[in-house]
Design a protein around this ligand. Structure first.
Ligand code: PGA
Length: 248
């Protein structure tokens, strides 16, 4: 049985004041729940997350990482630096990084590798755009994104990672994939991994992301291949995030 994981992706939101209330609310609200819970915060707030969450059952992480270990890469943050702040997770390949910041499949695979190398758990995002879904190439796109990581890092690397299926058309749009639409792609992802290693496929957690909220979380997470959620908007409201964690 795979334990469910609910990870919040705060994106570029927050302030010291706002975060203090949110971290405290989440910390208290998920105490005693059986699901694994994490929040991925903007870099400057990692210290605040570490201080606010240490000793709780909420882990924390970042939203991106450099593919390089160190050096002359102005503006970048390495995986080792994230470890210095107690991070457990880091999101790689979020569609916003792919579409606005030029993260190609190859760069995402390199970031995945850099994270894994220091012992972080990559939350590796895949997903198709609306245009790709309408062209019926969802399977092709998601398989290509997965293959880039499997080819670079080997299928065994997925044992130390989490996959997140995030249909781009469902992110921040209020338009959630139906449980059946999501399950179909989750099953496809698991099958692709199983082609190379059935044991790893059975164990790897595949999160759904894209307008998950308290009202739809239970039904989505009841699907056999949906092992939790990557939550954007609803992760900014403690009560909503806690309700999703409770549903998990
Ligand atoms: P959303 O974002 O829940 O606001 O749709 C999810 C994500 O981008 O990770």
């Amino acid at each position: 049985m795979r334990n469910k994981l609910v990870a919040g992706n705060w994106k570029m939101h927050g302030s010291l004041t706002v975060n203090a209330g949110l971290l405290e609310g989440v910390r208290a609200g998920v105490a005693g729940l059986s699901a694994d819970v994490a929040v991925c915060v903007p870099y400057p707030y990692l210290d605040q997350a570490e201080t606010g969450l240490t000793g709780s059952n909420v882990a924390w992480g970042a939203q991106d990482v450099s593919e390089h270990a160190l050096g002359a890469y102005t503006g970048e943050v390495s995986a080792a630096m994230l470890l210095d702040f107690g991070c457990r997770y880091v999101i790689v390949g979020h569609s916003e990084r792919r579409s606005y910041y030029g993260d190609t499949d190859a760069i995402v695979a390199a970031k995945f590798e850099a994270a894994l190398k220091v012992g972080l758990v990559p939350i590796f995002c895949v997903g198709e755009t609306l245009d790709e879904r309408e062209k019926s190439i969802t399977a092709e796109v998601v398989t290509r994104q997965l293959d880039a990581v499997i080819e670079r890092c080997g299928v065994a690397a997925l044992a130390g990672a989490v996959i997140a299926y995030e249909p781009v058309w469902a992110i921040g749009t209020g338009r959630t994939a139906t449980p059946e639409q999501a399950q179909e792609v989750h099953a496809l992802i698991r099958q692709r991994v199983a082609q190379d290693d059935s044991g790893i496929a059975a164990g790897v957690r595949i999160l759904y992301g894209g307008s998950m909220k308290p009202a739809n979380a239970r039904e989505l997470m009841a699907q056999p291949d949906i092992d939790g959620g990557l939550i954007g908007g609803a992760a900014l409201v403690a009560a909503d995030f806690i309700a999703i964690c409770a549903a998990a």
